[in-house]
Design a binder for this molecule. Structure first.
Ligand code: PLP
Length: 340
């Protein structure tokens, strides 16, 4: 598979480490749990968007863009990483942020990723919850173009076939690490949102016939819709790679039972998972994505769906910058424990 055919700006810290989680494994008493540290990709506290942006921002550069524009939820990690990448390339960055949670906590609206968006010099514009964000993005881009700017727009989460190439690359990298170390993996588990991560991974895994099932843990949409979104994007990504048809619908599996009240609203098990990784492994998860992904992983182990003797790789997609926007979720949980 020849990824070097596609324009790319090499900026991520790769390969990210693959580490065994000994204390979490012992605590849960089930399969051997490993972690692929895509929280360590670099670029303004890291995370999965760095890999996608290597391909997306290269396309922007080839197109001669002066302004890059994207959209996301208020605490979007994708927005923060796009702002940082644009700063590195000397491009302007404008971001549309949707109020998806209705939170008025000043840390939610101004700390964490929002603080970093502004620190990287991006301009930020708020949008009401439930807006058609891709339409709003195109309208905002059109206004910039009318003023003569060369604009490149990136969809939410960087999830299109170009961005998903970053996770095709991750699939190759991970399978290479497993092979080099003689580690046979039984499952890969990761959080899934705008679908590019899961779609790129599955396209990459299928393209090399890796034979490792991938489980996405949903953070927003219900199962049917999430799987359909991932499948559509995975099929388009495989086509872009030059191997159309390698992904079948049955290869795409998402479990969306850990979303809770909605996107960006952590559940009790989200907070528990964050605390377990922090206390047992010294690793920071986040309350929107990786915390829900890890809650799904832990629940699958506790229910015996992943068993002793198996080896599981949890792909850590990053997001810890958002912890500083969600401090109240931790103090409330702490208070509840004391009261109980
Ligand atoms: C965006 C994001 C995800 C989800 O990845 P998608 O490609 O949007 O499905 C997971 N974890 C973190 C921390 C993210 O920022």
């Amino acid at each position: 598979m020849h990824l070097a055919r596609f324009p790319r700006i090499f900026l991520a810290h790769l390969p990210t480490p693959l580490e065994r989680l000994d204390r979490l494994t012992r605590e849960l008493g089930g399969p051997e749990i490993w972690i692929k540290r895509d929280d360590c990709t670099g670029l303004s506290t890291g995370g999965n968007k760095t890999r996608k942006l290597e391909f997306l921002m290269a396309e922007a550069e080839v197109a001669g863009a002066e302004v890059v524009m994207t959209q996301g939820a208020i605490q979007s990690n994708h927005a923060r990483q796009t702002a940082a990448f644009a700063a590195k390339l000397g491009m302007r960055c404008h971001i549309l942020l949707e109020d998806r949670t209705g939170s008025t906590d000043p840390n939610y609206t101004g700390n964490g990723n929002v603080l970093l968006d502004r620190l990287h010099g991006a301009t930020v514009e708020g949008c009401a919850g439930g807006s058609d964000m891709n339409a709003a993005l195109e309208a905002a881009a059109e206004r910039q173009r009318q003023q003569g700017a060369k604009v490149y727009t990136i969809p939410g989460g960087g999830s299109n076939p170009t961005g998903a190439l970053g996770y095709v690359n991750c699939a190759f990298e991970l399978v290479g690490q497993l092979n080099d170390r003689g580690l046979a993996a039984d499952h890969i588990v990761t959080a899934t949102g705008s679908a590019g991560t899961q779609a790129g991974l599955i396209a990459g895994l299928q393209a090399i016939n890796a034979g490792i099932p991938l489980l996405g843990i949903g953070v927003r949409a219900p199962k049917e819709r999430q799987e359909a979104n991932v499948f559509t994007l995975a099929a388009a990504t495989a086509e872009k790679l030059g191997c159309p048809g390698v992904v079948e619908r049955a290869d795409v599996v998402a479990d969306c039972d850990y979303v809770g009240e909605g996107y960006g609203i952590p559940r009790t098990d989200t907070i528990e998972a964050i605390r377990m990784f922090a206390e047992l492994e010294g690793i920071l998860l986040d309350p929107v994505y990786s915390g829900k992904g890890a809650a799904g992983l832990i629940d699958h182990v506790r229910k015996g769906r992943f068993r002793k003797g198996e080896r599981i790789v949890f792909l850590h997609t990053g997001g810890a910058a958002a912890l500083f926007a969600y401090d109240s979720a931790f103090s409330e949980a702490a208070a509840a424990v004391v009261a109980a």
